[in-house]
Structures are given as C-alpha cells and as structure tokens.
Design a protein around this ligand. Structure first.
Ligand code: GLN
Length: 486
C-alpha cells in the first residue's frame, strides 16, 4: 500500500477497498516502526491525522472530495500549522505552536489530505545534508550511513521509505531538488511566486519557494493542483491563474528542445553521475526530443552571490527571534541586552549564527555596495543567462548535484565543500525559474536525480516532461531495502 501512487490510492479509497482511517493507521504504524532508524519526522500528529482521515472518509462516502482526499502526507516543519508544533528544525522554536495555518498547508487540508506530521529539516532551512537540525540528523533510507540531502531531507527520506505518500518541501537554493535526488524521489521547485509563502517561516525571502515532493511527477502534479495559485496574503504571490497540472501530463515530447549547459558537465561532476544524466538525455531523444549544447556562463558566480544574498536576507528575517514575542528565551536575564544575546546564542545553532553574522556584515554600512549590491548585479546576469537560453530551448537538463549522497559527517567540517554541493541548483533560485529533480539511475547503490529546468510558470511543461520519462523508466519505482516488507 505504501508504494502506491496518489491516483491509485484515491481510486482504492473511492472503491472502498480501504478507508482513509485504515490507510492512515497503516502509515502511522510504519512511522512508529521505521522512523527510529531515519529520524525523518520531528512531530507525528496522530490525533490530527485520524480526525482528518475520518472527515475524509465521510466526504468520500458522499461522493465528494478531490484526488488528495484521505491521502496521508507530511509537511516540512517550516510551514506553520495551527495548533501543531512548528520548529523549523530549531531550538529557537522548540515551543512554538502557531496560531494560524500557512496557505500551502491550509489549501492541502482543504483538498482533504491527511497530515501525518511535520518532517525534519536543517535548522531554518540552512544546509545541504540535514545535519544542521536541532532534532538530530536524518538518515538516507538507501544507506543509513549517508545523508538524505537538505534542507528538506526529512520529507525526502519519509517518502522514499514509504512513511508518507507525498510531502511538502521548500527550496531556497536546492532544498527540494537535492534531497529528492539523494533519496530517489521526485521534487518540483516552482517559479518564485507560484506557491504562496504565507505562513512559511522565512529564510531568504527573495529565493524561498514551497513545492511538492513525491514518488512521481504525476503525484507532484496532484499536490500542485492544491498548492499553487495567487494568494492575497503574500505580496510576492504571482497574480496569474495557475495551470491544470494534470491535464497535459500525457502530451507527447516530439520536437521538445533540450539544452545541455556545458558548464554543468565540467570539473567536479562525478563521472558516474554524468553517465546517468547522459543516458537519461538519450531516453528523451528516443521520445522525440532534440538536444543542443548551450551555455550559462555565470554559473560559477552563483555560489558567491547566493552566499551573500541568502545570509543577508536571513540576518534580517531572523532578527524577529529575540526571545520577546515567541520562541526560546534564556533563563533569568540580567537586562534586555542580556536577554537578546543569550536567547539568540542558546536558541540558534552554529550554522544559523554563522549566516546571521555573514549577512549582518554584508549589509553593514560601507560593505553593502561591495557585497550585497555586487551580488544582486551578478544575480541579474545569472537570470539573463537563463532567459537567453530558454529563448532557444524548451527545457534545460543537467545533474541536480555533483555527487550522490555523501557520508554523514563527511563534509561538516568543510563548509566550502558543503556549499559546492549547491552549484547546479542555486542559480535556478537566483533566476526564479522552476526546476525538478527526477530519479534517473543509481551510482554505487545511491540514487541520482536528473534536473529539468524550465521557463517562468512552465511547471505543467516540466511535469509533462518528467511524467513521460517516468512512463518509460522505472527509477522512480525503486524502493530501499529498509522499507521493503515492513
Ligand atoms: N543548501 C542551501 C543553503 O544552505 C540551500 C538550502 C535551501 O534551499 N533551503 O542555503
């Protein structure tokens, strides 16, 4: 049951082969049994889940609901959920029970989905390995000694191990795509503004975007149907109608123009990963696509510009955590300053503190022009590279990450090596375009994701491209051994 798609499960619920309460209990039992090995959940909201499942069963009984009604899913612990602990992976929010619901979780709830719980993540979404969580590292279900990727590693691991049918994630610089790649699942980072950020705890507001993570492109499309669309509560939400993400999944790919950026296949890319990506591209050629080499000349500048812009925005966003209105407060503060300083020093982990310091420095008078302004100018160049390339081709393909999942602890003492992990994903956020990670093979037993990038608001096209590939391959259907037979 846990390996099945949203469409199949929706059909089973409609046929009364199983009720949502039974299905939810099945997933809760799997979480209790397998999650101690993975640590993919911070909170399991059993009571909320069973109540929602009962409501879903009643709707289905009356012939109502959507394809998500009664389907057990999980949310990254960065989306505010009314009445349910929302920690953002931080000690700072260890006691935060939001008084309101984020737009994304609210829309998914309105569509009738059941929330199993909140998934583990890097603290404040800062990381590429899920080792920065206050609640402990998440393990990769394909090999428990490996990282699941980050920052949405809990969502990715939970889906790969069958501890949720699908989940939400957020992507500021790769946090949906890279864990999807490392755990062998499918993830979509939508165009900036397509999915509301209301109720998403902010990391870097001009880059953050929520999106679906699931086993297949089709399942991601089901989630997008509910999540996407204008929201007046988010001033950066795109005021254009969202598409029907399911309608064109089966459109043929004849004549699809694929661009392969030469900079994505250079130094640093693992040769086995490169071979897998090229094999996937060949598969698209068989489906009628044509391939041409393109260039994204400013790719190398994406890491330095992102690691100025993101910490700058983070330093501003995270200033609200001062121990006054909500979040962690130190014991017995001497005075106001002592309270601010100790609450923040105790509540934030090292990576978060490091980024707040970098960001504060980059924004300070005298350095602003040299760092922040310069980074914004580079961001513009990166965007123009994509706009130019996407004039010539329909989609751009390449790897999601230079390697497969790496060993737990193997990069924690080398921040530069960790930041290099993001080389193929950051530029997409800087440009604001949509991109997906699609399972495309295995190297040394670990999954490899193909990245498919598209033009602004071309989510339906990306899902169509990924779905056609998944109709002809079975990489997305593989299950890690630890999840089998449980
Ligand atoms: N790894 C990147 C970072 O640490 C991206 C994280 C993300 O997308 N949230 O900032």
């Amino acid at each position: 049951m846990f390996e099945q798609s949203i469409s199949t499960l929706a059909q089973k619920l409609r046929n009364k082969d199983i009720s949502s309460v039974e299905l939810t209990r099945l997933f809760l039992a799997r979480i209790a049994k397998l999650d101690p090995q993975l640590n993919s959940y911070i909170t399991v909201s059993e009571q909320r889940a069973l109540e929602q499942a009962a409501t879903a069963d009643a709707l289905i009984q009356n012939g109502k609901g959507t394809s998500l009604t009664g389907i057990p899913i999980a949310h990254k612990d960065l989306f505010c959920t009314e009445g349910t602990l929302t920690t953002c992976g931080s000690k700072m929010l260890n006691n935060f029970i939001p008084p309101y619901e984020s737009t994304v979780t609210s829309r998914i709830q309105q569509a009738g989905a059941v929330m199993l719980g909140k998934t583990n993540m890097d603290e404040f979404a800062m990381g590429s390995s899920n080792e920065n969580s206050f609640y402990g590292a998440v393990k990769n279900p394909w090999n428990l000694d490996m990282v699941p990727g980050g920052s949405s590693g809990g969502s990715a691991a939970a889906i790969a191990a069958g501890l949720a049918v699908a989940a939400t994630g957020t992507d500021t610089g790769g946090s949906i795509r890279q864990p999807a790649s490392f755990c062998g699942i499918t993830g979509l980072k939508p165009t900036y503004g397509r999915v509301s950020r209301f109720g998403m705890i902010a990391y870097a507001s001009s880059l953050d975007q929520g999106g679906p993570m699931a086993k297949s492109a089709e399942d991601c499309a089901h989630l997008m149907q509910a999540m996407a669309g204008f929201d007046e509560k988010d001033s950066t939400s795109a005021d254009t109608p969202s598409e029907d993400y399911l309608a064109n999944l089966n459109a043929p790919l004849t004549g699809l123009k694929i661009g392969l950026p030469k900079e994505y296949f250079g130094e640093g890319l693992d040769s086995q990963v490169a071979d897998i990506i090229m094999a996937a591209v060949k598969e698209f050629e068989k489906l009628g696509a044509t391939v041409k080499e393109i260039s994204l000349p400013n790719l190398q500048l994406s890491i330095p510009s992102y690691y100025v812009i993101a910490p700058s925005e983070a330093s501003s966003n995270l200033s609200r955590f001062d121990g006054v209105r909500f979040g962690h407060r130190c014991d017995d503060p001497k005075d106001l300053l002592d309270m601010y300083m100790r609450s923040r020093a105790e509540g934030f982990g090292t990576e978060v503190q490091k980024r707040i310091m970098v960001g504060t420095y980059a924004l300070s008078e005298g350095y602003y022009d040299a760092y922040y302004l310069k980074a914004q100018k580079i961001r513009r160049l990166i965007k123009e590279d994509f706009v130019k390339a996407l004039d010539e081709v329909d989609v751009i393909m390449g790897p999601v990450a230079p390697t497969t999942a790496f060993g737990l602890g193997s990069k924690t003492s080398d921040p530069v090596a960790m930041y290099l992990e993001d080389i193929y994903t950051l530029s997409v956020n800087l440009a604001g375009i949509p991109a997906m990670s699609v399972p495309a093979g295995f190297a040394n037993g670990m999954p490899v994701g193909l990245q498919v990038m598209g033009n602004y608001f071309a989510e339906a096209k990306l899902l169509n491209v990924a779905h056609q590939y998944q109709q002809n391959t079975d990489w997305h259907l593989q299950t890690p051994t630890m999840a089998k037979g449980a």
